[in-house]
Design a protein around this ligand. Structure first.
Ligand SMILES: CC(C)(COP(=O)(O)OP(=O)(O)OC[C@H]1O[C@@H](n2cnc3c(N)ncnc32)[C@H](O)[C@@H]1OP(=O)(O)O)[C@@H](O)C(=O)NCCC(=O)NCCS
Length: 166
């Protein structure tokens, strides 16, 4: 899908095997506690329980996100969202989140949730601006840091409401 965004075009689509090296490089920097390899990332891309998305501008990758489906509970977890340094502050993450909300609606998920470090004020502001609220403290720490659970209810889009004159 294409989004025109402050003069840049944010294209968001399913990641391909050829994106795995780039995603792996970014995961090693931003989420080093997760032990990923390009091979494991490709396995995730091919596993229907997950959806790995990339954002790009023409052929330059600008960000990625991974979600995990828990459809028996009508829930989706946002496992990771990342925008490359040079592209931050241009609402690319916002567009990714909007895209994910649409994905939730497509599969009739009613809750989108995520874990975020208490110290990650930037990410929390992004989530707050996009309708998420703090839910509770997570029961485990990551790398000694406190972790919060944030979530957002997904309402179906009221596109087909008809009004009849009485
Ligand atoms: C968090 C992250 C994904 C934001 O990406 P982005 O494309 O720059 O975000 P957006 O431009 O869509 O930001 C939307 C709003 O979120 C808030 N925000 C985003 N990053 C922020 C930051 N570093 N500091 C403060 N507020 C921030 C702002 O309110 C911003 O609106 P504004 O530009 O009008 O001020 C990016 O900084 C990133 O990849 N960080 C490292 C990985 C990470 O922490 N991921 C989240 C793990 S839970």
């Amino acid at each position: 899908m294409n989004y025109q965004n402050q003069g840049i075009i944010v294209e968001i689509e399913k990641a391909r095997a050829t994106d795995a090296e780039w995603i792996d490089e970014k995961i090693r920097i931003e989420f080093p506690y997760t032990e990923f390899t390009p091979k494991k990332i490709i396995e995730r891309m091919n596993n229907p329980k997950y959806l790995v998305l990339v954002a790009h501008q023409e052929n330059i990758l600008t960000g990625f996100a991974e979600i995990e489906f828990f459809l028996d509970k009508k829930e989706i977890r946002l496992n990771a969202i990342y925008v490359d340094d040079a592209w931050r502050g241009q609402k690319i993450a916002t567009k990714i989140v909007e895209h994910l909300v649409e994905e939730c609606r497509r599969v009739f998920a009613e809750r989108l949730f995520l874990l975020v470090r208490t110290s990650n004020d930037g990410a929390k502001e992004l989530y707050e601006k996009n309708g998420f609220t703090f839910e509770k403290m997570h029961d485990k720490k990551i790398e000694g840091e406190k972790i919060e659970v944030w979530s957002r209810k997904i309402l179906p889009q009221a596109t087909h409401i008809r009004r009849y004159a009485s």
